[in-house]
Design a binder for this molecule. Structure first.
Ligand SMILES: Cc1cc2nc3c(=O)[nH]c(=O)nc-3n(C[C@H](O)[C@H](O)[C@H](O)COP(=O)(O)O)c2cc1C
Length: 205
């Protein structure tokens, strides 16, 4: 069985106040095949080491952008990372093939509830609509963009709910490490969580 190498690019400007991501991170499997890469910790002045980030990306098969939803987008350091690291003729352009066929997806927490993220809800757009710029960025970089893994409704969660969502995420990552990722099957879902629920026996128990 193959082992995937997973790079988690984490962006949370208020981590000291976090509940949701703290629980997600606590339950990440501890293995050399998952690298947790905290962008705010590494680059408090936003001075991103482009060469280092590019070298790192090349070592991994699956890239995760993990962040809270901030004003319907990502926190600013992740945008800075995208702007600086995904260079012309490296990530995109006629000679830019460095990321071709790598898998990428987002792991997002939202204060808003899932049912609010649609045309008639208070958030007015689906998560998939709001993430189109990330999807298209990945597309231009010849990567395979998978649906997001989302923890919705964090404003209403209690500590036990954070821990349950963390545990589920840990199970998902453990499974992801050791599988031939069924891309076409996953692409039929809006949420990676739903794919996990339907297709992973160990998930959600
Ligand atoms: C500046 C800011 C902007 C936010 N924007 C949104 C938003 O657009 N949509 C939403 O559902 N929640 C929004 N939230 C709520 C956060 O997404 C939520 O608190 C976070 O995901 C919880 O994760 P944590 O406990 O790890 O901080 C926002 C929070 C802050 C501080």
């Amino acid at each position: 069985m193959r082992t995937n190498k997973i790079l988690i690019l984490f962006a949370h400007p208020l981590y000291e106040k976090s509940h949701a991501h703290k629980a997600l991170i606590k339950h990440m499997p501890k293995t050399e095949n998952i690298k947790f890469h905290d962008l705010y910790e590494l680059y408090p002045e936003f001075n991103i080491n482009i060469k280092y980030e590019q070298e790192l990306l090349q070592e991994y098969d699956i890239i995760i952008w993990q962040h809270p939803m901030y004003w319907y987008s990502c926190p600013p350091i992740l945008k800075q990372w995208i702007d600086m690291v995904l260079e012309y003729n490296w990530a995109y352009g006629s000679k830019g093939d460095a990321l071709r066929n790598k898998l990428i997806f987002q792991v997002i927490t939202t204060g808003g509830k899932k049912e609010n993220y649609n045309a008639t809800g208070t958030d007015r757009y689906t998560i998939q609509d709001l993430l189109q710029p990330f999807n298209q960025t990945a597309q231009v970089c010849k990567m395979i963009y998978l649906p997001p893994y989302v923890v919705h409704g964090t404003h209403l969660m209690q500590e036990k709910d954070y821990q349950t969502s963390g545990k589920d995420y840990g199970i998902f990552l453990s499974e992801l490490l050791n599988m031939e990722v069924p891309i076409n099957q996953i692409l039929k879902y809006d949420y990676l969580n739903d794919w996990c629920q339907n297709e992973l026996k160990t998930y959600g128990n």
